[in-house]
Design a protein around this ligand. Structure first.
Ligand code: DGJ
Length: 735
């Protein structure tokens, strides 16, 4: 049983894969955290709380000076009655009071996992997962809270969410509502977070915990490229392959907060949830609010195991698209080839080249609608620009289909240009605050998705295009962040809700469209990987990883993105050199190997390639088709970290361990360079594998522990690929 309750000692033990998570009710009313870590078969109170009278620690009970909320490892800490650390939630009563005191009132255990209404969330069958609901109450405020823990039996994953219910007669304001809070009575950890920017998403930042708080957040209305909604605690010395890791990732696409606080007695509080800044919610009497979900992953073997746990969990329990388990088409996108400057003939000529090279999907990017020749017009006018496409979209899509390729289309549905028919008709659709001027971003404004009417307009507009045209794929873009957040359709005391209401509106739109058009493959995008989060993946099974297509930059971006998201989710394209973002000239082979390490495609004018290059592109495409099942549905192992050295390497292994594909990159050529050894990971030690390019045969343990020598080469930005396939014993021909 994943969840065990010991009645006599009032202890909850959650058993998920390799991890145990233990809580206890003390003094009949406080829910206390005791342990999160490697799975233990039973718990007999070895890790007792040592009660101690600490200075400045107030006591709820005068007869016991050793008991204080200030030092208690609380499971969902409140504020105002003695715990001076970061609270997990906050309230404001109608009388202005911000104090709250939650007491335990009961629990419930059920098989399966309840849905989170209106929110993306993981799911599982009654066999896969059990859910614990712990009920707490603040009788004075009339607040009831339900802490939800869903425990996955065979994965080291626990998900958490919280429901708030106003049981009182008066409105109650939630001022903070985190989804996860864990008090760990240890502090020897490093904190890992992923920071970045447009074109430079997800850099690894590992720092030791010291005093005070390490906090990352987004206040941009989206999860953002600036900080990923991810935080992990690594035991000192933990690395890719060993040591404990405690990770949390937020299934949410809006403002978030993740922090870890070290208290004066070297305990830590690890928290994640919606950002309380502009993240309030008013509960009328009888109303409920549920927080988005946090996915908590435990790994006893470093970041590699953490990642594979996230990858499998997201593919099996989060991504709801039928494409989760399917192979994804190799695409060509016209954006970097043409930008806004195209007509039907230009597109068809690109498509013909693509089809003859073996590409499977042609994607028409930005610029096909309204009169959009630049990025400051037409968003909202989702009807075809007849100047560029006089025969319409349908005819174009059919011609592409006739070439044997699928047809995909770009949208940016959350936006509105001031130069658009939509704006002229509905200036009120803009997200804005009365009396204040608009703040423009990329020449455009944001639609007020807190309003159902606006969401329904977006649904209708996109639906019409998808119905009228044979479209197989949609790229869903979002190119600016939220400003002037306000909506005159909500009362003044609900203006703090608009950021979250925007995200709920977006989820509503995506829910309707991706359900109605479930045969369409959706890819999300936000100026590249600016909104790469599990909330988006729930609706759309792949994400454009970055607008930066430079192979060397992509090594890092994809390496760090793989910490939480599987390579099948990462759009990765070969583009021209000099690269449009960095000016770098890297070999076509390397550009191919980096892009093949994800969800493969091209984004360049194939017409500008030499015959020799075009032939090589055809070979790349053939090659990817062969290795695609391993890349997209195999296990992923990182080998060399480009954040630390002049190298990058990783390999993929099929689920049955019969096939493996390894990539090795040396970034700058060096004189007197060492000979590098590539040690693969995840193979079966006893199997024999044949190397594709030269037919040599090695055992799995030889490839993993002994490794292969990489020949020296004088070449910058060099890439190599090695493919292996299992052979039956006896086939080895004397090797
Ligand atoms: C940003 C995306 O990341 C690009 O790939 C492209 O679609 C542009 N938007 C189009 O405006």
């Amino acid at each position: 049983m994943p969840i065990v309750y010991d009645k006599s000692r009032k202890i909850f033990r959650l058993q998920a894969g390799d991890t145990s998570y233990i809580m206890q009710i003390v003094k009949e009313k406080y829910l206390v955290h005791l342990y999160w870590g490697r799975r233990i078969s039973s718990y007999h109170e070895s890790r007792r709380i040592i009660w101690k009278d600490r200075g400045f620690a107030p006591n709820p009970d005068t007869s016991d000076r050793t008991f204080s909320l200030d030092t208690l490892p609380q499971e969902y800490p409140q504020t105002g009655n003695g715990d001076f650390r970061n609270p997990a939630y906050g309230i404001r009563q109608e009388n202005g009071s911000r104090i709250s005191n939650l007491e335990y009132i009961g629990y419930e255990i059920s098989d399966g996992k309840p849905k989170l209404p209106g929110l993306p969330a993981s799911s599982g069958s009654k066999k896969d997962v059990q859910t614990l609901k712990v009920y707490m109450e603040d009788a004075v405020a009339g607040l009831k809270v339900c802490l939800l823990y869903s425990v996955f039996a065979s994965e080291s994953v626990i998900t958490r969410s919280v429901i708030f219910l106003n049981k009182g007669k008066k409105p109650l304001h939630l001022t903070k509502m985190l989804s996860m809070s864990v008090d760990i009575r240890e502090d020897e950890f490093d904190v890992l977070t992923l920071y970045g920017a447009h074109n430079n998403e997800r850099n690894m930042d590992r720092r030791p915990l010291s005093s005070g708080t390490v906090k990352i957040e987004s206040l941009r209305g989206t999860s953002s490229p600036h900080q990923a909604p991810f935080m992990a605690l690594l035991r000192k010395g933990a690395d890719e392959d060993q040591g404990e890791v405690f990770a949390a990732n937020f299934v949410y696409s809006g403002n978030f907060l993740a922090e870890v606080q070290v208290d004066p007695y070297r305990n830590i509080r690890f928290q994640m949830g919606m950002n309380p800044w502009n993240g309030e919610w008013k509960l009328e009497a009888g109303e409920m609010f549920q927080t988005p979900e946090v996915v908590m992953v435990y790994s006893k073997q470093g970041l590699g195991e953490m990642s594979r746990t996230f990858h499998k969990f997201y593919q099996n329990h989060l991504v709801r698209s039928p494409y989760a388990k399917k192979e994804r088409p190799i695409l060509i996108n016209n954006w970097e080839a043409t930008f806004f400057d195209f007509d039907e003939e230009k597109l068809l000529s690109l498509a013909r080249k693509a089809a003859s090279a073996g590409i499977e999907l042609f994607v028409l990017d930005d610029g096909w609608f309204g009169h959009r020749d630049a990025d400051d017009s037409s968003l909202g006018d989702w009807f075809v620009d007849k100047r560029k496409l006089p025969n319409g979209l349908k005819s174009l899509a059919e011609k592409i289909h006739d070439m044997g390729m699928q047809f995909g289309l770009w949208f940016e549905p959350e936006m509105i240009s001031q130069d658009s028919e939509l704006y002229r008709k509905h200036p009120d659709y803009v997200l804005h605050t009365e009396e204040r001027p608009y703040t423009i971003g990329r020449g455009q404004l944001v639609l007020d998705l807190s309003r159902k009417e606006v969401c329904d307009y977006v649904i209708a507009a996109v639906r019409q295009i998808l119905k009228d045209n044979p479209i197989d794929y949609v790229k869903w873009d979002m190119n600016r962040h939220l400003t002037d957040v306000g909506s005159m359709y909500f009362e003044p005391d609900r203006q703090g809700e608009i950021t979250h209401r925007y995200v709920l509106g977006l989820y509503y739109i995506m829910d309707v469209l991706t359900s109605e058009f479930s045969e369409i493959l959706f890819e999300s995008c936000s100026s590249g990987g600016g909104r790469f989060d599990p909330g988006m993946l729930y609706y759309m099974p792949q994400t454009w990883c970055s607008d930066n297509t430079d192979a060397v930059c992509r090594m890092k971006i994809q390496y760090a993105t793989s910490l939480t998201y599987p390579p099948i989710t990462m759009g990765a394209h070969v583009s021209v050199v000099p690269n449009q973002q960095t000016g770098r000239v890297s070999p076509l082979a390397t550009r191919g190997y980096v892009a093949m390490s994800g969800n493969f495609g091209y984004e360049l004018d194939l017409g500008n390639l030499t015959d020799e290059e075009l032939e090589y592109v055809k070979e790349q495409i053939q090659c990817y088709k062969m290795i695609r099942p391993v890349i997209q549905h195999g296990d992923f192992y990182r080998i060399r970290n480009p954040f630390n050295e002049n190298l990058a390497a990783w390999n993929f292994v099929s689920q049955d361990q019969k096939r493996a594909v390894a990539f090795f990159f040396e970034i700058l050529s060096q004189p007197a360079a060492p000979v590098r050894i590539l040690k693969l990971k995840g193979l079966h030690p006893d199997k024999l594998y044949r190397r594709y390019d030269n037919g040599e045969i090695y055992s799995g343990d030889e490839l993993m522990y002994c490794g292969i020598s990489i020949p020296l080469k004088k070449e910058d930005f060099r890439g190599e690929m090695y493919c292996f396939e299992e052979i039956e014993k006896g086939e080895e021909n004397g090797h």
